[in-house]
Write a new protein. Sequence first.
Length: 326
Amino acid sequence: MKVGIIGIGSIAPNHIRGVKQCGHEIVALCDVITEKCEQANERSKLTARIYADYKEMLEKEELDVIHICTPHYLHAQMICDGLDRNINVVCEKPLAISEEQLEQIEKSVQSSKAQLGVCFQNHYNASVLFVKDYLKDKEITAASANLIWDRGAKYYAQAEWRGTLDQEGGGVMINQAIHALDIMQWLCGMPESVIAHTHNVALKNEIEVEDTAFGLFRLKNGGSFVINATNAASFSFPIYYMFRADGHTVQLSSNNILIDGEHIEKSDNLPLFGKEVWGVGHSKLIEEFYDCVQNGKKFEIDFYEARKAIKLLLAMYRSNGEEIKI
């Protein structure tokens, strides 16, 4: 299949690598700074045609798939422009930054013959899949996710859109912790309500969005899950998840899983999860998406699945300490 990449920033190499591993042809690269496209061509040994305007790329190229790796606020319109031409779309998170954008995308999804996939690549981490399988027949009554990262002023200075409400759509929740929020709802189920607080603790003079957030989500069975997130720390620790289900406690952090305090190992006493399977989710997600497109199967992380995390974080932003129905 013929592929175009829109936005040649820090995440684009993951997409380029994934497409090449699947054996598909990247025929076009697009970025408003065309030098980035030239560098990507050289770095990845591509001969893709270069565009500064993605609409021109869509008009001139016969593309089967486009990958959207642009700033958050651009995602919705680019998704729609692809789907409205019946071009399959792989989009980086977040799917959208507002309810209005979600409604806009849904109209294109419903009228298009093409598929939309969203990059919640942690669904493909071996350790997450193990926990998902372990919990599938159990009732989760309590859970938590903790993200403690370092994203200081230098990080936000790398691009003008970062740290802005109208272009990033939020701070730590929509950019870093959205993956944790997605995993929580994927494993625990969609909650009924949330009580949340978001604050700018350490970067008041640098950004206009939150660097710290707390959310208490009520589950349908009367239980709850909690998310704590900050990028105001001076070091980035691994994200830490805990689940309580049917009398068992599951702990997940990076490659490590403990169930009732015991580390999960293979039968040969080697660790079940190694570095080689943590953080390679993009390639696995892209491979699965292309397989679904080629074989007429439904890709699981579609608009309706990816929308769940957006609805949860938008409810967090509206809460300000009040209970918000979801």
